[in-house]
Design a protein around this ligand. Sequence first.
Ligand code: MG
Length: 301
Amino acid sequence: MRAMTDARWAFEAYESIRSRLPQARFPAAPRRIGRLTDLMDEADLFLLDAFGVLNVGESAIPGAVEAVVTLIAAGKRVMVVSNAAGYCKRVMLARYRRLGFRFGADDVVSSRDVLLTELDGGPALRWGLMAASAHGHEGIEHLNGTFLGDDAHPYHDAEGFLLLGSGEWSETRQALLEATLIANPRPVLVGNPDLVAPREAGLSKEPGHYAHRLIDATGISSRFFGKPYASIFDHALAMCPGVDRSRTVMVGDTLHTDILGGAAAGIKTALVTGHGALVGLHPEAAIEASGIRPDFVMSSI
Ligand SMILES: [Mg+2]
């Protein structure tokens, strides 16, 4: 059973870790727009967050499929930039297809891709995996990884930890991970910096939430891959040579990942308020309280 929470808790939690997030410059005031297609004259590359923009849980957001089709028909490049790290690209693409989106492998950049690219250049360690065993080892077969469960032994045995997905995580497992890191600090790499993700039943707690608790409890320093950190934006932009950052817009529902990260990467940002992270909050108040100001605000894409 996933641990669930609400939007107010998530906003406060993001604010409490603000010193660990990138710094950015923001526009003086956001401009309200109707739909994403209103930005066709201003942008050539649209980087779309998934959860809260394209889908909520296993349901597509009404109008999202049509918006993507319209942009592509107008010659725009549309990519998904997602902090989903719990499963491989094939599963991710199949999931988007089920929702009605026709993205190819080159149209999707996940924080998992960025983390795996980073691991390619590093030492081969024995990794303990925070990841749903139900998704198997597909895409990470080449890593020497063991799923962390309720048995303490793999925690002691690991030479480092990869935090990819929290669907099967529990307080018991978190306590085991904390204890083993206090006894013997080792590298912790976080493939999904999100604190929460919108599901049909509310907000689920994601690997970033557990990572920050580990940092607080053990004093270790983790490395994060995914929004709001620069490497995922660099990765996406490198796949679109010739597109200027000033003609690129990051579209997302979360101020502290999509909007902060996009602004830090020097691209435009558009906040979606009708689904996902800000549902139940006053978006203007959240923007004001955080100081994270998007270029554009819309209810839905
Ligand atoms: Mg989102």
